[in-house]
Design a protein around this ligand. Structure first.
Ligand SMILES: [Zn+2]
Length: 157
């Protein structure tokens, strides 16, 4: 590991805290420039297998999941910490609900459920990557719900 500021690898751990389920948070200080930052270590389930819609299986890839999310939140006011939190929550849910094989749809659903609370636009983008999972009619219904929070109608004044 290197300092994000000066790239020195002379780092000191100031503080270690156990995070929620299977994660460890460490406060670090660069001995080169004094910069302080935190890292989160998580236990990765190497045995988790994703079952695609066509039945193909591939090993779970957190990076892939993160890439999809980053595409969805591009230019939205969401910070990396929020996205990491969302990813971690999703993974914990998946791990507690499934043993070793998890349908790709379940992962997408779990992510969308949380993303919807974070940012409607990012959620829509993410949902559109997976709209074939949801079926068009449900997707449209969700769209209507998203825009239907205003009271009254458009030609009121
Ligand atoms: Zn440094």
């Amino acid at each position: 590991m290197h300092c994000p500021k000066c790239s020195s690898d002379d780092l000191k751990v100031l503080d270690t805290r156990a995070g929620k389920i299977a994660s460890t948070r460490r406060r670090r200080e660069c001995q080169g420039c004094g910069y302080r930052f935190s890292t989160i270590e998580e236990i990765l389930r190497e045995d988790l297998v994703v079952v695609k819609r066509d039945g193909r299986r591939e090993s779970f890839d957190r990076t892939k999941l993160a890439t999809g999310l980053r595409r969805a939140i591009a230019k939205r006011p969401i910070d990396a910490e929020q996205i990491n939190g969302l990813l971690s929550q999703t993974l914990r849910q998946i791990e507690s609900e499934f043993d070793s094989e998890v349908p790709s749809r379940a992962i997408a659903d779990a992510i969308m459920l949380r993303l919807k609370n974070v940012d409607g636009v990012a959620w829509l983008r993410y949902a559109s990557f997976y709209e074939d999972f949801m079926g068009i009619s449900q997707f449209v219904e969700e769209l209507v719900n998203l825009g239907g929070n205003k009271k009254g109608d458009k030609n009121g004044g």
